[in-house]
Write a protein that binds this ligand. Sequence first.
Ligand code: NAG
Ligand code: NAG
Ligand code: NAG
Ligand code: NAG
Ligand code: ZN
Length: 470
Amino acid sequence: MTALKLLFIFPLIIIKINANFVITRYDDECVLDPALVTEIASYENVTKHIMDQIRDYYGKTMYQEYTRFIDKFGARPSGTWILEKSIDHMIDLTKQHGLYDVTTEELEVPYWLRLMESAIMLQPRVKKIAILGFGSSVSTPSGGIHAEVIVVRSFAELEKLDRTKVQGKIVVFNEPYVSYGETVIYRTQGASKAARKGAVATLVRSITPFSIYAPHTGAQYYESNVTKIPTAAITLEDADLLQRLQEEGEKIVLEIQMAYMEDTKKSRNTLVDLKGKESPEKLVIVSGHIDSWDVGEGAMDDGGGMMISWLVPVVLNSLNLKPRRTVRAILWTAEEPGLIGAQAYLKQHKDELDKINFIMESDEGTFQPLGLDVAGSNKTRCIVQEVLKQFAPINKMENSGAPGSDIVLFIKQNVPGASLLNRNERYYWFHHSEGDTMNVQNMTNVIECAAFWAAFSYVIADLSVDLPRN
Ligand SMILES: *[C@@H]1O[C@H](CO)[C@@H](O)[C@H](O)[C@H]1NC(C)=O
Ligand SMILES: *[C@@H]1O[C@H](CO)[C@@H](O)[C@H](O)[C@H]1NC(C)=O
Ligand SMILES: *[C@@H]1O[C@H](CO)[C@@H](O)[C@H](O)[C@H]1NC(C)=O
Ligand SMILES: *[C@@H]1O[C@H](CO)[C@@H](O)[C@H](O)[C@H]1NC(C)=O
Ligand SMILES: [Zn+2]
């Protein structure tokens, strides 16, 4: 019973007794069994060894392989042949690096192909408007849509409008960017909300705080009982222009043409295992998604996260470091259309969730690493915090409640997990746009992320105790 190894005291008491019986202040209300603290500290040499090996040698090879992967395949949208080719490539690469325990699990994924898009403002003056359709958007009717525009700043503003003011128009959402999590609802729900008011299409201010005239795509979802209307991103520049023109009393008329093809295809989640030496049935999962949007190169989202996760079992195997539990890297497929690969994995492995000791994902950038966003019981967070100490200054711990993207599905099932915190304040500048290329990446930072990711997951996979759940 692992809980016996842990001792809890109330938040008021913020002291802790170390293994050597020194009483120290502690920045959290948790206290660990001194024996566990000592055990965690004993990993310091091996974590340093793993990190040094990655910094000096494996990381550079990984970065070359990563660059080669992005250059060779570029964008890897769900349902495409190129995504499947890129998966085959990663399987081959795993074997080339001496790890043969690689399997795939097949599933059905959406295929949405962008065929043609154009928009032009006809009134009050002629101007080309850059648009980028949102995943699963329907096409415009043949001949396109020629309609007046109404700009709103929020759903509340839309709701207040009389239906006659919206009917037959193109609704432009010019919502202010608060944070990705808060603002993204304008992309995901905007079309459904506008369609209920009788709009014929929606154009949404791209979900980013910064722009050099680039639209950003992403997933959107039609509610089941609404008319499906075409929906696309516009740039911050054009969203603000349209807003000003409306405030200046101009009548705005746009013509838009959008054409897509939709289908369902087969794809695969890829599982790379380094089998545990004591409890191979227990898992520490490290992950990233291999698919991307069709614009840019999917270098940042999520080429970097996929690559550093892939490296974990590969490098531990090369270093001949077999932890107690199995380390499984998962390269999720079809994350972008709505966590399709992760949903399939969850369904297929529903009865084995108690075997997942910890699940990790890097899908918010591989810039300078800072620490982890951790979800789990207080006891689990307590252990993670103790492990993080030896990674200082990469020892920040946050608690957003929903770390990662794919792994959120598992965290909702009470599986403890974490995502990589990094200096990603520019992440959304490039996210889901043509700007997501290798130029966004910095080799030193990616290697540092890889070093931390591998060494941290090794400790968790090897500790004598499982991470306790609530
Ligand atoms: C770590 O390595 C140093 C030097 O190599 C050694 O002196 C020390 O005892 C080691 N510590 C542990 C906990 O193994
Ligand atoms: C459409 O369905 C949603 C739930 O999916 C419901 O909240 C809404 O009231 C429905 N709207 C109409 C017009 O039926
Ligand atoms: C976990 O810790 C938080 C404070 O960090 C506290 O509010 C909460 O009650 C604790 N939960 C449990 C189950 O002990
Ligand atoms: C990459 O990051 C390192 C470490 O933060 C920094 O020293 C270096 O200047 C960066 N390189 C580029 C090309 O920005
Ligand atoms: Zn992503």
